[in-house]
Design a protein around this ligand. Sequence first.
Ligand SMILES: [Fe+2]
Length: 410
Amino acid sequence: MASQNPTSHVVEGLRLPRPFQVRRLGHFGINVASVAQSMDFYGRLLGFEISDELDFGPRVPEALKAQVGPSLGYFMRHGTDHHSFVLFPQAAMHASNPHYLAHPHLNLNQLTWQVSSLREVAHGLAWFESLDSRVLRSGRDTPGSNWHIYPVDPEGHINELYYGIEQIGWSGHSKPMAMHGIRYTQPPELPHRSEFAEVNQAMAQGVALTSGYRRDDRLAETFDVGGICLPRPFKITKVGPVRLLVRDVQAVLQFYTHALGLNLTEQADVLGHTCYFLRTNTEHHALAIYPEALRGPLGITHSRSLLGFGVHLGSYAQLRAAVSFMGQAGYQPVDMPASLSPGVGHHVWLQDPDGNAVQLYWEMEQIGWNGLPRPAAERRVWPHNPSDWPEHIDAQPDSFMGEVFLGPLN
Ligand SMILES: [Fe+2]
């Protein structure tokens, strides 16, 4: 096999086809018409927590400032990663970043993949440059302070490969602003000092470790989630998959499989069109690629390339409670064909204030050593209408497998 599939890169002692290995979908973000409206949906209702604010106002050209409106964006998290989801103001983003001028169909802000070392990020830059892929920038930014490169897919979607995103611990404080000066515009000389050494230096300089952002919402914690009081009857435990509508399916597929190294789990028919489901790890898919031609059959009237994305909840019981909770808040499920997401168990689709399709689910098929998905005939069958979902269902062998949520629920 090795001779048929020559490998020319070594990552931590392993020969690989490229100088990095994507481990998971780390985060993504959307640019929205009204950050305030979207915050109500994603923050107050769904429970993403703000980890830092960023004002894009200073980046907007003076002549456009009056037109763009509010310019504040939010980094948000569901666990200890500094951000798993970002909400940025669309008008300010489009006015300040020429990339959006060339790609007005983009409301996906970024699609971000975790690798496991700074060396993989640094060598990834050379890899994408060798493929003539456009890399928008590289280095290390704050907030989040992850090392990264930003390669762009053939239809303009900004991808990010990163190592070492800031972790938010027991106190709930993000890194102090005084540490945001540690920035890089290219990968550093390797090896680089550790984050512990950076924090030691900040402490020696007198930086107050609890001076960073800490969320200040005071919602009543009236629901019991696994024995913990929370402001809503469920907890987000993972983000993704992300679902894209694209013009040139084969070119996009080539980018995500060859350049980025995602694995094709399955191709499947959706309303007569072939769609592709890609994974990074054991999840059935973290990214789905659909042809533009599906817009009409799906009834999608906007021109954006983001079909939608998933938000994983902690359990089946939480998903049922979430459907009821979101319905009472005015967000009733919208109808979408189950064939859009093979391998995903019980789920509903909601429309956020911008009309993005947000899929709430809890169970995703897990793929093992041989890379084969479960035969379609052996998949769980469930009623389309959530009001027909039973209170209890049987666990499947992979119901609790895959990425595990670490730490307390809030
Ligand atoms: Fe990012």
